[in-house]
Ligand binder design. Structure first.
Ligand code: G1P
Length: 272
């Protein structure tokens, strides 16, 4: 795969795990340090060479996201980024959200970045996905503990060489009983348009929703999917503890207030 110029960011969802913060503010716009989740994710996409990001959102949220990117002075580093909005009219799941972007994507390869997950500073995974592609799709994986196997899609691994492997299937949230491996899908993907064809033909799966993992299973069974196992987990900002952790990790990575922040953290009772 040479170059990927477009990314899909599914950013719909009610944010029920972040209530009451999300009663009026969409979860995709909750700030982590000094910028909302959608900007962190857009910056990651731009670092990987993307010039166009398609946000898939609920009705009414698109204009807020667009305002964030276009109000006032252009955002530093994102001056040339084209923002597209695709509205998911009904909440039929992550797979359905990705399929909603089909008209904008056409037959181009695209990254998919889940807006609930933010990469740690210096731990980008998208370039490794491009490098591992032989022309087909590539998913980002991580070894997860047994108790996480009902929270992630899990890959069925084929031949493995170092961090790269053939993916021959995938199961959404199998749980410890049914997990085919401990390799969880961590929310970063490089897809070819095969995935959109697979999604278009899917019946509802786990939880009665159209599952992205089921489409990955379909292309994987055709021998068109690879995986890259990374070392770092992503920061899950869809839950309160994860949002707190993300603020600390991203805050510590900011040179302009890193030292003051460390002094503050050290001053806290119970941390000494
Ligand atoms: C989604 C996907 C799942 C993936 C996870 C990564 O689940 O359905 O396959 O492993 O994101 O965070 P969700 O977290 O939306 O329940």
């Amino acid at each position: 795969m040479k170059h990927v110029d477009v990314a899909v960011v599914p950013a719909a969802g009610l944010g029920t795990r972040m209530r009451p913060a999300t009663r009026a503010i969409p979860k995709a716009l909750l700030p982590v340090v000094d910028r909302p989740a959608v900007q962190h994710v857009a910056e990651e996409a731009v670092r990987a060479g993307v010039s166009e990001v398609v946000f898939v959102v609920d009705l009414g949220v698109g204009s807020l996201i667009r305002q964030h990117f276009t109000n006032g002075e252009p955002l530093e580093g994102l001056e040339d980024l084209e923002i597209r909005i695709a509205v998911q009219e009904e909440p039929h799941g992550l797979g359905h959200a990705v399929l909603t972007a089909r008209e904008v994507i056409g037959d181009r390869p695209f990254f998919c970045l889940l807006a609930d997950n933010i990469v740690r500073p210096g731990a980008d995974v998208l370039p490794a996905l491009v490098a591992a592609s032989d022309g087909g799709s590539v998913v980002s994986l991580r070894e997860v503990g047994p108790h996480m196997l009902d929270r992630y899609g899990v890959a069925v691994p084929g031949d493995r060489r170092g961090a790269e492997l053939e993916v021959i299937g995938a199961v959404e949230k199998p749980g410890i009983e049914h997990a085919p491996s401990n390799l969880g899908l961590v929310g970063r993907y490089l897809f070819t348009s095969d995935i959109l064809d697979a999604l278009a033909g899917l019946e509802p799966g786990h939880g009665g929703e159209i599952q992205l993992t089921d489409a990955i299973d379909s292309v994987a069974r055709q021998g068109k999917c690879r995986g890259v196992v990374g070392e770092h987990d992503l920061l899950d900002i869809g839950i309160p503890l994860g949002l707190l952790e993300a603020a600390v990790v991203l805050g510590l990575a900011r040179p302009e207030f890193r030292d003051d922040f460390i002094t503050f953290l050290r001053s806290l009772e119970g941390l000494r």
